[in-house]
Design a protein around this ligand. Structure first.
Ligand code: ATP
Ligand code: MN
Length: 478
């Protein structure tokens, strides 16, 4: 008999048909005569109820059917007596594929804290919450590729090991095969990287953008979607040392085109989630409601599904950094000294400022543009005012910055001047500057942090809970 996935059994299974299901036991309960086993195989949040008459099976076998054990069950589908499912499986044959000692198995049929599950990240996939999160994460990754494919963008795989450290997006992880204790030493007493694997210092990439630009200026529209690394020591709920980033880069796009794309893209993904992940979303939404029960009414956040629909239906507010500073300076928290970080033209906005704008002032997603050039990267298109650059950050409720992007400086001379001012060695970047030497055109792009986006869609408060095996300072266990 061929095995059917539980998702299929529950949606199209007909009563009276013989079926084989395989999966892991979530719970077993029952009476002297009959056992109800909730079986889950990861294909859906819902369990298949297996009904096993005590008399039909070996006592020892029934005793070993515990939470966490793996089973193959053959039987006949019948109309369910209980609520919550249409069909259940009347077991005729049960094979115990893998035992799970109930004394030792960490995932018990009760509520575990997210912290506990993080310490058991190898098994947390077997919970409803993480099953839902990782099915949604998968669906979003698929939708990203689908969206860009439909729009004629090419998926470009940019390198993970890079020699350029000019991006300046954050601290980098060195990649080296030199002996850490006794490296070869130069005359100046420094490690001799000419003896290293690549003959030069190399790092894990902080962004695929610079290489992405090379692709866009030939293929037209490309995107990267890959792992990105930042060795910054930030222990927040929104930072990982290893995260995934989606970076589209488009020839002939100015800042407005860039913003339009970002907004359309985010809405496409949210719509896709609502249409394809409704079971998992409604589970996560009730989970959040449960979690917020103890909060006072006015501090509870919007229902997850409502929140997604709300963002889908709202037009993102677009304003300049300068206008945002004015709003912040006239805000209640500013006047009452409630912000932890300063607000002044020229400072980088902190999450508290971004969230004030989004959650309190505009009450919808916001795109901030035209930031002071001194707080942004060298490659951003310089405005004529000599003070600002054509940057754009997309700010989301609960998350803050979800996208960072810009129109790129396409004028060779301006780019070189800016690099000089910022002490970026242009000789090492000759390949990047060549795009401005040969057939340079207006172009733009942005980076969407995949985990921050998945946090938004799933409502998970901590970024460590939306990536399978989080990498954060002092933490790389699994
Ligand atoms: P932040 O100011 O929030 O640290 P950033 O300005 O350093 O972010 P960018 O360099 O603009 O971020 O990166 C583009 C996007 O990548 C961000 O908008 C965010 O969604 C995501 N991102 C950046 N750093 C991290 C990180 N350490 N962990 C997870 N996602 C990140
Ligand atoms: Mn940024």
């Amino acid at each position: 008999m061929t095995r059917l996935k539980i998702k299929e059994i529950l949606s199209t299974g007909k009563t009276g048909t013989k079926t084989l299901a395989k999966g892991w036991v979530r719970t077993k309960r029952g009476s002297k005569n009959v056992n109800f086993i909730a079986l889950n195989d990861g294909s859906t949040i819902h369990n298949l109820q297996v009904v096993a008459d005590t008399g039909k099976f070996d006592e020892q076998l029934l005793r070993e059917i515990n939470t966490g054990a793996a089973l193959a069950v053959e039987g006949t589908l019948s109309e369910s007596q209980g609520t919550g499912q249409n069909v259940e499986l009347l077991a005729e044959k049960i094979e115990l594929l893998g035992k799970a000692d109930p004394e030792k198995y960490p995932i018990q049929p009760k509520k575990h804290s997210l912290e506990f599950l993080r310490e058991n990240a190898h098994l947390r996939f077997r919970t409803n919450t993480f099953g839902a999160v990782f099915r949604i994460r998968h669906t979003m990754a698929f939708a990203i590729n689908k969206y860009f494919n439909e729009k004629g963008f090419y998926y470009l795989h940019t390198p993970i090991i890079t020699a350029s450290d000019a991006e300046g997006a954050g601290q980098m992880f060195r990649v080296s095969t030199l002996d850490a204790v006794n490296p070869p030493i130069t005359e100046e007493g420094k490690p001799d990287y000419s003896k290293d694997f690549f003959g030069r210092p190399t790092n894990l990439t902080v962004s695929g953008q610079l290489e992405g630009e090379l692709g866009a200026l030939a293929l037209g529209e490309i995107y990267t979607f890959g792992p990105t690394f930042r060795a910054e020591n930030s222990n927040t709920t929104r930072h990982l040392a290893e995260f995934w980033m989606i970076e589209p880069e488009m020839a002939f796009y100015d800042l407005k085109d860039n913003m339009d794309l970002a907004e359309e893209f985010l809405k496409y993904l949210i719509r896709y989630a609502l249409e394809h992940c409704s079971d998992d979303l409604s589970f996560l939404s009730s989970r959040l409601k449960e979690e917020e029960k103890n909060k006072p009414q006015d501090q509870r956040s919007m229902d997850l599904v409502e929140k997604l629909q709300f963002v889908l239906n709202s037009e993102f507010v677009r304003l300049t950094y300068t206008e945002a500073i004015d709003i912040l300076k006239n805000s209640k928290p500013y006047k009452k000294n409630k912000f932890q970080f300063p607000v002044d033209w020229g400072v980088d906005l902190q999450s508290e400022h971004e969230r004030y704008l989004v959650e309190k002032h505009f009450k919808c997603p916001v795109i901030l543009t035209d930031y002071p050039r001194d707080i942004k990267a060298f490659y951003m298109k310089q405005n004529d005012d000599g003070k600002t650059v054509r940057a754009m950050d997309v700010l989301f409720p609960q998350i803050g910055e979800i996208i960072g992007g810009s129109q790129r400086e396409e004028v060779l001379e301006k780019l070189e001047n800016r690099m000089k001012e910022m002490d970026i060695p242009s000789e090492e970047m000759w390949w990047y500057l060549d795009t401005r030497r040969f057939g340079s055109v207006v172009h733009s792009g942005f980076g969407l942090g995949f985990e921050r986006f998945v946090q938004f869609v799933t409502g998970m408060g901590n970024i460590r809970d939306v990536i399978a095996f989080p990498r954060t300072p002092k933490n790389a266990e699994f």
